[in-house]
Design a protein around this ligand. Structure first.
Ligand code: G3P
Ligand code: MG
Length: 252
């Protein structure tokens, strides 16, 4: 018997990388900005440190978003905790730390934000990252609705599914491949996440027939957003959530 995919109450809009462009990406300050704006949901990226702890960070290396250098996967927790994630991105947020998943989960819950946790494994750590992040989510959100969990890595999602049979999963592709149903069904995924550019109506029809909500990144223009919602896209990730919020409320 095929078990149904776990469902998840989708909002129309997710602030991308916590607070979009309004705060340093993947930070607690971004979560606060998103909540103050009135966003119901945020997306952020999670990778493992050298100690196997999940931290919010997008790149495999530290240089672009922090004042550190080197590979995240080779950096121990004690050093990640000292880094400044504000100074290179948004000097007004200097001193803003790189958060752990635990800190982000606690703040999301306190602010009432739904979360899309994107598993962003360093190369070679796909399955380990999927397993560790899924287990951590089970603990961190144990007495409330779990976040939606997505990844470009099938291996990461498969490992997450092994340890968390009810976790809502999103298959993330730049463009969904022609045979998207095979990995989607194998994972018992809930949603498909993809770039807004090149999204075809044929795919939207097929996804709708499969009961798969489609979520698109990264949309910063209110007219483009309204057109995507009209075409049947369920939700959007945005670096400019303040521009899309009024229209998102109309489509909710
Ligand atoms: O999860 C949607 C989007 O965040 C995927 O791309 O590179 O911004 O993590 P990226
Ligand atoms: Mg992401």
């Amino acid at each position: 018997m095929i078990r149904p995919a776990p469902a998840w109450p989708l909002p129309r809009l997710f602030a991308h990388r916590c607070g979009g462009a309004l705060a340093p990406e993947n930070t607690l300050a971004g979560l606060v900005v998103a909540a103050r704006l009135g966003c119901r949901a945020v997306e952020f990226d999670v990778m493992l440190s050298a100690d196997g702890t999940p931290w919010l960070i997008h790149d495999e290396t530290l240089e672009r978003t922090t004042d550190g250098s080197g590979r995240v996967a080779a950096t121990p927790d004690v050093l990640l905790a000292k880094l400044d994630a504000g100074i290179r991105q948004h000097p007004a947020f200097s001193g803003e730390p790189v958060p752990t998943l635990a800190a982000a989960a606690a703040l999301c819950r306190r602010l009432g934000l739904q979360a899309n946790v994107e598993i962003k494994p360093a190369s070679g750590y796909e399955a380990l990252t999927g397993e560790v992040v899924a287990r951590a989510i089970g603990e961190l959100w144990r007495d409330s609705a779990a976040p939606l969990v997505s990844s470009f890595s099938f291996a990461a999602l498969a490992a997450a599914r092994c340890v968390a049979p009810q976790l809502p999963l999103g298959c993330l592709w730049t463009q969904p491949p022609a045979d998207w149903r095979a990995p989607f069904d194998e994972l018992r995924a809930f949603s498909v996440h993809c770039a807004a550019e090149g999204l075809s109506d044929n795919f939207l029809v097929a996804a709708s027939a499969a009961g798969a909500p489609v979520l698109c990144y990264t949309v910063n223009d209110a007219e483009q957003a309204a057109a995507l919602w009209r075409r049947g896209v369920s939700a959007l990730f945005s670096d400019r959530p303040e521009r899309l919020l009024p229209a998102a409320a109309l489509h909710d």
